[in-house]
Design a protein around this ligand. Structure first.
Ligand code: 6PG
Length: 486
């Protein structure tokens, strides 16, 4: 607890309102690190439960009312809100703001949409209050034992808040998985993209599982063994580890592999969709994330799937695989390559967001604070930090020398996987879309030239030439003469 100066005995260092699991775990994490933590919940029962069950873990200051909660905080006050995104968050902010004084800090640690955070920050700034939207990743376990934390807001607020958050975050080689991301909504923006990458990671892992299951006929436990193996190499990560754990789990009731008894309709709370919507607004191709998000929608499209099942012909015969070991090795390489593309695209979105909203985000630091605590924690994130250390202005992560070398080793396998899936009728939206992006971004020339010509044909939308400056239009319906437009 490097820079922690304890507050007087009768006031808390920090407060948390919202005592559902994430909020209470954050409060417990703070208390376990020696902070005096004020806690509050709309219904007092939850607060009492925290005290009853975990009161001996540290110093808690429970309050029944928001007034008492605010009064129990040392000035400048820091109050973390951990309630449902949207309306409930706005309601608690309003309540808190009315009770707070200039210089106090309100922290929203939920998954808020960054534009909401920007709006709230601006409104509270007018009132002399700091509003910090912060991403917190790692689920319930992380909140308790060390999450990855992505705070936005003013540098001034970070001075008061940052040391506490750094303290309770996960650590790698003594470094906290928490840093000041940037002003106003930057923290929630980065958390949003983190979740988008999480969607892509989860989907592409599931595609690899699906191929092993369908093409090789492997059972869940055998596929789990493969994931355990993969977790010892470049793919080492939390999501690969839990995938192996899930695949080895057996359903108590039926004795069947657990994964086989789960309905195949993936839900979503919206952060993946936000990442894609924002990317569309910014004009950043996040194809891996988008396909992963759509894949969840396809799975949940019950009526469409019902209408298609057994009706849409596959016209595909499953080709036997002569060398299952090589096929599995191909999948591993394809997974690594697809993952690299998804991350590269995610970092593009962060870079573009930073440019658009005037945030000074250090991309290498983002990879650093994702190395532990969060859902996408992975060994290879070190490589991303190194790439941005080599060149902080790197325009494309994939173009870093480490990644070009790594991806080169994967390309033939990646192509074989996508081709096999297409020929045999297996859906691999992330494997395929990331490969397509890879081939597009490295292309000498794209068919976009033809699209421009078509646009000019039907809408006089103009085009530029490869052989000089200027904007041009052809009189398509008349003499087809070209004229300069600028
Ligand atoms: C995290 C997770 C967390 C949550 C997601 C799940 O970083 O700890 O991303 O934020 O589990 O919101 O999102 P979906 O319900 O949309 O899959």
């Amino acid at each position: 607890m490097a820079s922690f100066a304890p507050s007087p005995a009768d006031v808390a260092d920090i407060g948390v309102t919202g005592m559902a699991v994430m909020g209470s775990n954050l409060a417990r994490n703070l208390a376990r690190h020696g902070y005096k933590v004020a806690i509050h919940n709309r219904s007092v029962g939850k607060t009492e439960k925290v005290i009853d069950s975990y009161g001996d873990e540290g110093q808690f200051f429970p309050s029944e009312t928001m007034e008492d909660f605010v009064a129990s905080l040392q000035k400048p006050r820091v109050a973390i809100i951990m309630v449902k995104a949207g309306g409930p968050t706005d309601a608690v902010i309003d309540e808190l703001a009315d009770l707070m004084d200039e210089g106090d800090i309100i922290v929203d640690a939920g998954n808020a949409l960054f534009t909401d955070t920007r709006r709230r920050e601006a409104a509270l700034r007018e009132r002399g209050l700091h509003f910090v939207g912060t991403g917190v990743s790692g689920g319930e376990e992380g909140a308790l034992n060390g999450p990855s934390i992505m705070p936005g807001g003013t540098p001034e607020s970070y001075k008061r808040l940052g040391p506490m958050l750094e303290d309770i975050s996960a650590h790698v080689d003594g470094e906290p998985c928490c840093t000041h991301v940037g002003e106003d909504g930057a923290g929630h923006f980065v958390k949003m993209v983190h979740n988008g990458i999480e969607y892509a990671d989860m989907q592409v892992i599931s595609e690899a599982y699906d191929m092993m299951s369908k093409a090789l006929g492997m059972d869940a436990a055998a596929i789990g063994d493969v994931f355990d193996q993969w977790n010892k190499g470049d793919l080492e990560s939390f999501l690969i580890e839990i995938t192996a754990g899930v695949l080895h789990h057996v359903d108590d009731r039926t004795g069947k592999p657990f994964v086989d008894i789960i309905l195949d309709q993936a839900a979503q709370k919206g952060t993946g969709a936000w990442t894609v919507q924002t990317a569309l607004d910014l004009g950043v191709p996040v194809t891996g994330i988008a396909e992963a998000t759509f894949a969840r929608s396809v799975s949940g499209g019950v009526a469409q799937r019902e209408a298609a099942r057994g009706v849409l012909p596959a016209e595909a015969e499953t080709q036997a695989i002569d060398d299952p070991e090589r096929f599995i090795d191909d999948l591993q390489k394809a997974l690594y390559a697809a993952k690299l593309v998804s991350y590269s695209q995610g970092f593009d979105e962060i870079a573009k967001g930073a440019e658009e909203y005037g945030w000074n985000i250090n991309l290498g630091d983002m990879a650093k604070i994702w190395r532990d605590g969060c859902i996408i924690r992975a060994k290879f994130l070190n490589r991303i930090t190194e790439a941005y250390d080599r060149n902080p202005e790197l325009p494309l992560l994939l173009a870093d020398e480490y990644f070009t070398t790594e991806i080169a080793k994967c390309i033939p396998a990646w192509r074989r996987v996508v081709a096999y899936a297409a020929e045999n009728g297996y859906p691999v939206p992330v494997f395929a879309s990331t490969l397509s992006y890879y081939d597009a971004v490295r292309s000498e020339r794209l068919p976009a030239a033809l699209v421009q010509a078509q646009r000019d044909f039907f809408g006089a939308h103009t085009y530029q030439r490869v052989d000089g400056e200027g904007t041009f239009h052809v009189e398509w319906s008349e003499d087809r003469r070209e004229s300069r437009q600028d």
